[in-house]
Design a protein around this ligand. Structure first.
Ligand SMILES: Nc1nc2c(c(=O)[nH]1)N[C@H]1C(S)=C(S)[C@@H](COP(=O)(O)OP(=O)(O)OC[C@H]3O[C@@H](n4cnc5c(=O)[nH]c(N)nc54)[C@H](O)[C@@H]3O)O[C@H]1N2
Ligand SMILES: Nc1nc2c(c(=O)[nH]1)N[C@H]1C(S)=C(S)[C@@H](COP(=O)(O)OP(=O)(O)OC[C@H]3O[C@@H](n4cnc5c(=O)[nH]c(N)nc54)[C@H](O)[C@@H]3O)O[C@H]1N2
Ligand code: SF4
Ligand SMILES: [Mo]
Length: 668
């Protein structure tokens, strides 16, 4: 058995370092690497399952073409010649914009951005913008701080109070969860704010059950309490912020009674949170849950404002930790992607790509590439996505498996897994180390890396020179901006992981990246972006009693569709038998009212679709909540996204997955 160091490529907070056991050119098992300073030898089941993802007999091993509704195996040459020809025809007849690329971020490899290089050199494309994931929150932090930066994981040691707000750390961010367990042992009080009483909530000293989508109201209540008592950080507000008076006015525009009623929180809870925020340093770990609503951007702005007012910005042990874009900013991405080469670009948002495809009559989408994503399970209002994608004459999917998205394609090109290719892995989410992943085993069948596929297509389309580089050449290009810190590819290969030059306490010099250089309660960037004013707004979710009274009468229950513990989105369901059915988590209040008991078959539905599953009763969370974990495959019951709305968040073209109402019936 040979042992090698590698890294987890999955879209996850943690970016773990691996020890991989290899025997006879096969990956046998994966364990954590104890030498990594952040991930310290612990990894999750999704990481371990990457061995199975590499070896599974379900993998696609050869290029496939759909012929009379059946898959036939074809050669790489035939597949790429035919696809290149269709791209050329689309470009000549219409424009490069008749070729669309629908992608996401399922693999955190640095060289995965070569897809952009490919389409830029092609002359342009129709690209998807916005984010299913974190768009509203990122836009909010850019308005408030000028950027979205987090504290280094170990800085939690400096916190006297910790608030985990809408992050399901036990399931999604295990190394934060481990640090929370340690801090609890040290006696540091932990508060969890979430509509579901999950494992992280059980760890907390105080669990705040919130009405979904109403966190901004709670944050404003806490701000109001702090101001009323004169507990605000006057020095910070006076010297380093803009627009404070607008926030004061917003706080005065609403009473505590209104806030309590709207967010389903008690005055006592608001008071306790005000104490928590003013007896810090208090660190806030924001998750992505509470921004997947129509009002998500303003929700995050109000929580940012709470951190700022209470003096928890730019200090060790404080922070309003969301993502950490400083990590990705460390690399020379433009050297890899060549943005200057793009000529004609059309943008569809990720949320509305289906509507946009169906509406593109003058300049239709002729060729659609689906890579690093599975939009037919992961994009909201899936029935519409299916209809739109099926209307495109040529669909090409690059994947390792016959996913729901690959199944509707005309060509499926098999790609390698992490252990069959070389790359650098990082996540702009939690820690600031990059990990090196060597090619450890030969690709299964005829699988090729995304990089090789783009290269072979580029050669056929007349810009082969832009891809005539080795993997090392490309990796060196990406690391150029780091050379001045003595960070080179050679060093990384030797050390396996390297700390990036990223601040461990962002904004400690009180110099913000906003246009005024200050923390902005009222955003000047908003004005530059064409918003009528940059003030924080107190708004309700879209599918709320206030905005859609008729709809919410018909569909009274809040459907959350959070991330599955054992799968990264849709990536494990086909490999784990026990995941191959739908579990509908129903609050005990709804279950009592509807006469549902555990194990009953239930159907949840709204105007967009229906999904059936087995009921499981959940307790202690918000009484109006139903949850079905996202990611399920068509053949095991279907994507929950047939029910979710394709609306966009108030800021940042984010998703509104959780801003969703349904009804539920027991099926006798
Ligand atoms: N196991 C596992 N881990 C993952 C992933 C995975 O698929 N599986 N995906 C990775 C990716 S891409 C991402 S983006 C991250 C996401 O990481 P998280 O943000 O931790 O994950 P979510 O599942 O979105 O869970 C969000 C939490 O928000 C809560 N929530 C929902 N609505 C509200 C609300 O209105 N207010 C509050 N306060 N809370 C609310 C939910 O109950 C849930 O506990 O996880 C990463 N890690
Ligand atoms: N209802 C609901 N829907 C959600 C969410 C939610 O909370 N609720 N969360 C949203 C979030 S946060 C996210 S990030 C998105 C994720 O959405 P996606 O990224 O579309 O989800 P995955 O299931 O990870 O699909 C990734 C696909 O990429 C393939 N793949 C893996 N590695 C590679 C590679 O190296 N190259 C290529 N070409 N393909 C590869 C996998 O086999 C898989 O089929 O889902 C969103 N959808
Ligand atoms: S999925 Fe996340 S926690 Fe699990 S091994 Fe990969 S990076 Fe680590
Ligand atoms: Mo995500």
């Amino acid at each position: 058995m040979e042992k090698a160091v590698s890294a987890c490529p999955l879209n996850c907070w943690d970016a773990c370092s691996f020890h991989v056991n290899i025997d006879q050119q096969e990956v046998r098992s994966i364990a954590g690497n104890h030498d990594h300073p952040v991930t310290q030898g612990k990894i999750c089941g999704r990481g371990r399952l990457l061995a199975e993802r590499t070896n599974s007999p379900q993998r696609i091993l050869h290029p496939l073409k759909k012929w009379n509704g059946e898959w036939i195996q074809i050669s790489w040459d035939q597949a790429l010649d035919e696809i290149a020809l269709k791209m050329k025809e689309a470009k000549e007849k219409f424009s490069p914009r008749a070729v669309m690329h629908s992608h996401d971020y399922s693999n955190n490899g640095l060289l995965k951005c070569l897809d952009q290089r490919f389409f830029n050199c092609f002359g342009g494309l129709t690209e998807v913008v916005g984010s299913l994931c974190w768009g509203a929150g990122i836009a909010a932090q850019k308005w408030d701080f000028g950027n979205a930066y987090s504290h280094a994981p170990d800085d939690i040691e400096n916190s006297k109070r910790i608030v985990v707000w809408g992050r399901n750390a036990a399931n999604t961010n295990m190394h934060l969860y481990i640090r929370l367990q340690n801090m609890k042992k040290k006696g540091v009080p932990i508060t969890v704010i979430d509509p579901i009483h999950h494992t992280t909530a059980k760890l907390a000293d105080r669990y705040v059950c919130i009405k979904p989508g109403m966190d901004g109201w709670l944050a404003l209540g806490v701000i109001k309490t702090i101001l009323k008592n004169g507990w605000e950080d006057k020095h910070f507000i006076e010297n380093y912020t803009e627009g404070f008076q607008d926030l004061v006015e917003l706080a005065s525009s609403i009473s505590f009674k209104e806030i309590e009623k709207a967010a389903d929180v008690s005055r006592e809870t608001i008071q306790e949170l005000a104490d928590t925020y003013t007896s810090g340093p208090t660190s806030t770990f924001l998750g992505l849950g509470m921004q997947r609503y129509r009002n998500g951007g303003n929700t995050i702005r109000l929580i940012d404002a709470l951190a700022a007012v209470s003096g928890n910005v730019g200090i060790p042990g404080g922070g309003c930790n969301y993502g950490n874009l400083a990590v990705g900013e460390s690399f020379s991405k433009e050297k890899l992607t060549l943005p200057e080469r793009r000529k004609e670009v059309r943008q569809f948002t990720r949320m509305n790509q289906a509507e946009d495809i169906l509406g593109a009559k003058e300049l239709p989408v002729e060729v659609l590439f689906i890579t690093r994503s599975n939009p037919l399970t992961q994009v909201p209002d899936t029935n519409r996505v299916r209809k739109a994608f099926e209307s495109v004459p040529t669909v090409v999917a690059v994947d390792q498996y016959m996913t729901d998205s690959a199944a509707i394609a005309d060509y499926v090109l098999p790609c390698t897994t992490v252990f069959e290719e070389e790359d650098i892995y990082y996540a702009s989410m939690y820690h600031h180390y990059m990990n090196y992943g060597k090619k450890l085993v030969p690709p299964k069948g005829e699988a090729k890396s995304d990089r090789e596929i783009w290269k072979m297509l580029a050669e056929r389309l007349g810009f082969g020179d832009d891809f005539k580089y080795t993997t090392d050449d490309f990796l060196e290009m990406g690391l150029q901006s780091l050379n001045k810190y003595g960070i080179t590819l050679e060093k990384l290969k030797k050390e396996q992981f390297i700390e990036l030059p990223v601040d461990s306490v962002p904004w400690k010099d009180r110099h913000f990246q906003t246009p005024t250089g200050k923390y902005e309660f009222t955003s000047t960037l908003a004005l530059q972006e064409g918003f009528s004013d940059g003030k924080i707004k107190l708004i309700y979710p879209e599918e709320s009693e206030v905005n859609l009274p008729e709809h919410t009468k018909q569909f009274p229950y809040q459907l959350l569709t959070i991330h599955p513990l054992r799968s990264n989105h849709s990536q494990s369901y086909h490999l784990i038998g026990s995941l191959q059915s739908i579990t509908v988590h129903v609050s005990d209040s709804i279950a009592d009212f509807k006469g549902i008991t555990e194990g009953d078959t239930v159907e949840i539905y709204n105007k967009r679709g229906r999904v059936r599953g087995k009921a499981k009763i959940i307790k202690n969370g918000h009484p109006n909540v139903i949850n079905v974990d996202e990611g399920q495959w068509q053949r095991f019951g279907g994507s929950i996204n047939v029910l979710t709305p394709s609306g966009e968040s108030d800021l940042g073209q984010g998703s509104t997955f959780y801003d969703c109402k349904v009804d539920i019936e027991k099926i006798s």
